[in-house]
Design a protein around this ligand. Structure first.
Ligand code: IMP
Ligand code: MG
Length: 198
């Protein structure tokens, strides 16, 4: 059954064109879960979610993985401007458990320049996991600065700033059930808040 998006009159003016509808998200996430279950059957799978954006995708994805698996999280801060990461990354929250000898799948919301993920791959790769792969809900290939092996991709999107289904702009819009482009002219200045760096 399809979930209608709210009528445009009721929509926040900062929410622009829909890039991925809720139904398409559901179908693709189910498909990725089936693929991962098949590929990792008989292995020792640990999903590593990158906070906070990947939380919605990860929790839906994990419900469609039908093999034993564990969950851990990392939080990283990327230095740079609001829209461009520099590749210099600091770990704010590290994994709870060791990953040596395990099959690690990093779950990301979006790969933009690829610099954050490139750092994560180096950092986790140095801990000698048995395997290390990436599952990203969204990717913006036009923005890529470093080539990365991304084993599972949900959707390729154009070079637009995406919000919804976990993705934020200044911590808002994560709760949208679809992915939309941000309309910058519709963004209303809010009370300045201590903004989380991830
Ligand atoms: P990268 O290092 O440039 O690949 O940026 C990665 C991180 O920046 C992602 O994990 C997101 O948290 C954030 N990011 C990049 N593009 C977008 C976007 O379009 N919307 C929201 N967050 C984004
Ligand atoms: Mg983020």
């Amino acid at each position: 059954m399809s979930t209608p998006n709210p009528p445009s009159a009721a929509r926040d003016p900062a929410i622009g064109e829909i890039l991925v509808q809720a139904d398409d998200l559901r179908r693709r996430v189910t498909g990725l879960g089936i693929e991962i279950s098949r590929d990792y059957s008989g292995r020792d799978l640990v999903l590593v979610g990158v906070l906070k954006g990947a939380v919605f995708f990860l929790s839906d994805l994990m419900r469609h993985i039908e093999i034993p698996c564990e969950l851990d999280f990392m939080a990283v801060a990327s230095y740079g401007s609001a829209t461009d990461s520099s590749g210099v990354v600091r770990i704010l929250k590290d994994l709870d458990a060791a990953i040596e000898g395990r099959d690690v799948l990093i779950v990301e919301d979006i790969v933009d320049s690829g610099l954050t993920l490139s750092y994560l791959l180096r950092s986790l790769g140095a801990r000698a996991p048995r395997s290390l792969e990436v599952c990203a809900l969204l990717t913006k290939p036009e923005r890529r600065k470093v080539e990365l092996p991304i084993r599972y991709v949900g959707f390729e999107i154009p070079d637009r700033f995406a919000i919804g289904y976990g993705l934020d702009h200044a911590e808002r819009f994560r709760n949208l059930p679809y992915v939309a482009a941000l309309r910058r002219e519709g963004v209303v200045a809010t009370v300045p808040s201590a903004q989380a760096p991830w």
